[in-house]
Design a protein around this ligand. Sequence first.
Ligand SMILES: Cc1cc2nc3c(=O)[nH]c(=O)nc-3n(C[C@H](O)[C@H](O)[C@H](O)COP(=O)(O)O)c2cc1C
Length: 235
Amino acid sequence: MERDSTGAEPAKAGAPAGGSLRDRLRSIPVFAAEIPSFDPVAAPGDPVELFTQWLDHAVAAGVPEPHVMNLATSDAGNRVASRFLILKDAGPRGWSFATGSTSPKGRDLAANPHAALACYWPRVARQIRVGGTVAPESPQTSAADFLARSAEARAEALVGGQSAPMESVEQHENELAEARSRVAADPSLVAPQWTLYTLRPEYVEFWQGAKDRNHIRLRYTAAGDGGWDRVLLRP
Ligand SMILES: Cc1cc2nc3c(=O)[nH]c(=O)nc-3n(C[C@H](O)[C@H](O)[C@H](O)COP(=O)(O)O)c2cc1C
């Protein structure tokens, strides 16, 4: 069977095929699944509570990897970059993720702490957007996050140099093998650049898609007193 460069099989009967890419993109359905209801009037006063409810619901509904989030940062020259990361926690202090402080995103955050993250859960037609300022957690907290990772993941971070060009896949495999030996010899080894960051939200927005396009958007904005103002937005 012929495969493309991704190793994927050709489109099966019933899947979009032929026509221009534009036509094929237009033929892909959106909001195809059974969509849950969302009553913004009954929503809790705290966005972390609503996020927790939605996350638990997404897990129960079988949304794949709902803890994957997109993070947008920008550098000192306002050039924006985004990428996907794993959400580590969400609580009163904000939304947490971990990466290397010397990576491009780590350097962006050092130059400009303003950032935004978003999750999209297609099976339940829900999007969550969070924007605010990011600060690193203490070295002790970051180290604890690092040591809670798998040995494989720790070895990968110990190789370091995230996003720097490399000679070949084999070169990285050799570096990984060396780092795995270091982890095995000293399980308390911590990659110095590994950092747990927390995004303290200025706003949190919940978007519930609807098949009739009467989407619901509920935005929480941080009030100065530690509470939250809530407003519905036009979709
Ligand atoms: C599903 C998924 C989860 C990821 N999780 C992380 C993560 O938690 N931390 C991380 O540093 N990179 C993670 N990555 C890799 C990043 O998307 C990105 O390629 C890498 O961090 C380099 O980003 P930068 O060059 O903007 O710094 C993940 C990628 C995917 C696809």
